[in-house]
Design a protein around this ligand. Structure first.
Ligand SMILES: [Fe+2]
Ligand SMILES: [Fe+2]
Length: 442
């Protein structure tokens, strides 16, 4: 890792162009730590955890677009953002110590939308000058929707509509792509015109955006987020219903997440009812078992559909339990995986229902293909294995691997086997409802 002071030449580049790239100034260990921290917020976002989170609709379904208000919840991120190289370089450009104004992650998943031409200054209250730092966690290339920056930071606020530079003015600006890679940082002036495009690759393009102002102007971070929370609270989260609102500016081109196509209250109320309180095994209830499996999926970085499948995989037990309350867990199986998958198809697509339908078969697959898995099965699971058909033959394995929900079903199965801990704490079912609603849109 190099750690150069800002040279007079670099300061001159920033003054002339309104932006400056520092190449390779972060170590790969630092970038890995930042990725891990951002990964934690991505998981928080799925279950309405700490931080402010914004989703957008993509062709692949709803995806996280932005998380912000992060440092109160992550000491490592706070240290990186508020002490050390980044804030020092910003201070050097400002000619005095800098203080953090706001911090966010833009995810830009495959198909994630870009931003219309704008200047950040139009969205930033309280102080009239800021410097922002983009810290890429993945390669930001023209294909993945990197920033395009134009000179013009010395022209003040350009003609704009709700923060978007007017088309005629934007067309006259000379836009330069700024491709940056993990380890680089890009510093840009809050008056520098910039824009970006959709991520057209198959990989996510995540970046931290850290915004600072001069210390002498005051510390407004708390007020900024209090205002934003108040303004967004109770609003529908869109501009005119056709673009997601993630900023004061109307510059983000992402589509709002579709409203759930189906009403989930019937499903949710089952997990509130008595059959969810029946024992799953000797120690935990059906509800607790499902919640534990969902926690494992979340911690494992599984996609939203797999998390939902983990949560709901035994809903067939609840359905059968509502009809015939029986005390002995083993006897009330009744092909609960098929019953559950059929029921869930009223609310969700195959990404959720297939792993549910296959989670019993996945056990037969794992017993046949993973010796450590077979050795670790609980006595009751060994007994039920015989009823379920024993280990899969090689040809059954090949057939199973060809099924669309195969990989997800195997993951759900591993959570299923682990989700029997009487001492584990989990969040409640309600924390997962927004995730279920995002999945119920198609
Ligand atoms: Fe099951
Ligand atoms: Fe289960």
């Amino acid at each position: 890792m190099t750690d150069p002071e800002l040279t007079p030449e670099q300061s001159a580049v920033f003054a002339e162009h309104g932006f400056l790239v520092l190449r390779g100034v972060l170590s790969s260990e630092q970038v890995d730590e930042l990725r891990a921290a951002v990964g934690r917020f991505e998981r928080h976002a799925l279950v309405s955890g700490p931080g402010m989170h914004h989703f957008e609709e993509t062709d692949q379904g709803p995806r996280l677009a932005r998380s912000e208000d992060l440092i109160p919840h992550d000491p490592l991120l706070r240290d990186f953002i508020c002490t050390g190289l980044v804030i020092d370089r910003v201070g050097a450009l400002m000619g005095e110590p800098a203080v953090l104004y706001k911090e966010k992650v833009n995810y830009k998943h495959p198909g994630g939308a870009g931003f219309a031409p704008h200047q950040d200054a139009t969205a930033y209250r309280f102080v009239d000058h800021h410097i922002s730092v983009m810290v890429p966690l993945d390669a930001a290339t023209k294909e993945s929707g990197c920033l395009y920056v134009s000179s013009g930071h010395d022209r003040g606020i350009l003609p704009n509509t709700r923060g978007c530079i007017t088309e005629a003015v934007a067309a006259e600006l000379e836009w330069k792509p700024v491709e940056v890679f993990p380890g680089d940082v890009l510093l840009f002036d809050s008056y520098a015109p910039h824009r970006s495009e959709t991520n057209r690759t198959r990989c996510s393009r995540r970046a931290l955006y850290l915004t600072y102002n001069a210390l002498s102007a005051g510390d407004f971070r708390a007020r900024y987020y209090a205002d934003k929370a108040a303004e967004f609270h109770g609003a529908d989260g869109t501009f005119d219903g056709d673009r997601v609102r993630i900023s004061v500016n109307d510059d983000f081109l992402g589509r709002p997440v579709s409203q759930p196509a189906r009403n989930l209250s019937e499903l949710v109320s089952r997990y509130d009812g008595p059959s969810a309180q029946q024992l799953y095994d000797e120690e935990v209830t059906e509800l607790v078992h499902g919640l534990q499996c969902a926690e494992f999926a979340l911690a494992d970085g599984a996609d939203e559909a797999t998390i939902a499948a983990a949560l709901l995989h035994d809903v067939g037990h609840l359905l059968v339990g509502d009809l015939f309350p029986i005390d002995a867990p083993l006897e009330r199986d009744w092909q609960h995986e098929a019953v559950g998958a059929r029921y869930l198809s009223r609310f969700f697509g195959p990404a959720v229902t297939e792993p549910v339908r296959l989670h019993v078969a996945a056990k037969r697959y794992l017993v046949a293909t993973d010796a450590a898995y077979a050795a670790a099965l609980s006595p009751s699971s060994v007994r039920s294995l015989a009823v379920q058909g024993g280990p899969m033959s090689p040809s059954e394995q090949r057939e199973f691997e060809a099924l669309p929900g195969f990989a997800s079903a195997v993951r759900v199965r591993r959570y299923d086997d682990a989700g029997k801990d009487p001492n584990m704490s989990t969040r409640g079912f309600q924390a997962f409802v927004p995730l279920l609603e995002r999945l119920a849109t198609r």
